[in-house]
Design a protein around this ligand. Structure first.
Ligand SMILES: [Zn+2]
Length: 170
């Protein structure tokens, strides 16, 4: 391990976060266990590790039940023009219907992400090239932008090549 890598690890540890290094199989098992346990954690995985976890998680039944869908051309245009996010690639997510009739989907999710974390942080995640940011059981409270209601079952799930969020609900 070279010195510059250790410098980065030191910087991460200073923030109170931890870095775990293990073989692919152990990492994948750790992520699966976290997802099924319901605990919340964020993982920066290699593309291959992320692919393995997602192919285990996204069974045909789960895809069907969750209603996860890639953004429509219309959503993509709004996300680009109103939120200024150009590179959302294959982003797909589930939708939640609010009691007021408004649908909370990709646009609302990314808009809320920008409001809470800033546009640069959201852009940086989509710009990741070597790692895939995967959140297990993300504690996201979806808020309807139309009526400000907290959405029940706020567990929106999303996925794309560089960025995924899995919720486990059995
Ligand atoms: Zn609403």
């Amino acid at each position: 391990m070279d010195d510059s890598l250790l410098t980065h690890i030191e910087a991460v540890a200073r923030t109170g976060k931890v870095i775990v290094s293990a073989d692919d199989c152990s990492v994948v098992e750790m992520v699966k266990e976290t997802i099924t346990s319901g605990r919340t954690a964020s993982f920066y995985l290699t593309a291959e590790q992320a692919r393995t976890v997602k192919s285990w998680y996204w069974t045909p039944e789960r895809i069907e039940l969750s209603g996860i869908k890639v953004v429509t051309d219309q959503e993509r245009t709004r996300i680009e023009s109103e939120l200024g996010l150009e590179n959302i690639g294959s982003f797909r997510c589930t939708r939640i219907q609010c009691e007021c009739g408004h649908t909370y989907g990709a646009f609302e999710f990314l808009q809320q992400g920008i409001r809470e974390h800033g546009a640069d942080a959201v852009r940086a995640v989509f710009a990741l090239r070597n790692s895939s940011f995967l959140r297990a059981n993300p504690a996201l409270l979806a808020i309807c932008p139309n009526c400000s209601q907290l959405l029940r079952g706020g567990g929106i799930e999303y996925d794309c090549d560089g960025y995924g969020g899995c919720c486990y609900q059995e």
